[in-house]
Design a protein around this ligand. Sequence first.
Ligand code: SF4
Ligand code: SF4
Ligand code: SF4
Length: 246
Amino acid sequence: KEEIAKGKLIMETADGEKAFKIDELEEQGMGRRENCQRCNLKIPSNADLALGNWGVIGPLAGKATFVEVFSETGADVLGKVIDAGLIATEEPNPKGVKIRENVNNFMLKESQAKKEIDYAGTTGDIIDVFYQYEDEFSKCMKCYGCREACPLCFCEDCCLEAEGPEWVPGGYTPAAPFFHLTRLVHMVDACTNCGQCSEVCPCEIPVAKVWSTVNNKVREVYGYIPGMGSDDPLPFTDHVSKAKKL
Ligand code: SF4
Ligand code: SF4
Ligand code: SF4
């Protein structure tokens, strides 16, 4: 059995309970992925339902799940599960609700601190960020893993594979910067900081951190938050009208 509580990873083993501080695990690269540490959506309010243990206190701690409903679909699903007798529910404890809010606020402060560290030393402009990470990108072997893993890179006919001059002559590395710059310009405005690109990179290039740094600038300038189900057009597809607002 394992659980995360009070900033610790707690594991129950045959030899008893062992607890590890999350901060220390993350310093050693063993905690949450770095994109999760940066994320400012600790409770997924963009989903229909959010399930977790923040706010479950007293005798129910460790035995119940806090369910927060964010949409009619979520309410409908929950209602059907309750009507089917699959789960037992009760109103949340007001003290637990307050604790949930406090934990969320604390975690949001932590992610803000992580962002400040990650985005330090650059303006967030594409060329500036790319220059800062030039050494990292010099390790790129152009395996296409980041593009393949990216949920926003879904074009059936990707221009990076177009016929024409080779981006990287066979046997040569690294990839020309245009490989990454092209992908950045195409979709960085929609980057959700999901971390998949970093996860798959065999060269351990912090791809998601680079994209997130530029996307943070896009958020500042355009006020567009990707992944929240907005009907607004993506900033780079509506550049003229957004620019007029500045
Ligand atoms: S972090 Fe951004 S660029 Fe990387 S895979 Fe996710 S959406 Fe794509
Ligand atoms: S790099 Fe550009 S063309 Fe290729 S899949 Fe991504 S968005 Fe589409
Ligand atoms: S996954 Fe890494 S090595 Fe592969 S193309 Fe992307 S940045 Fe380069």
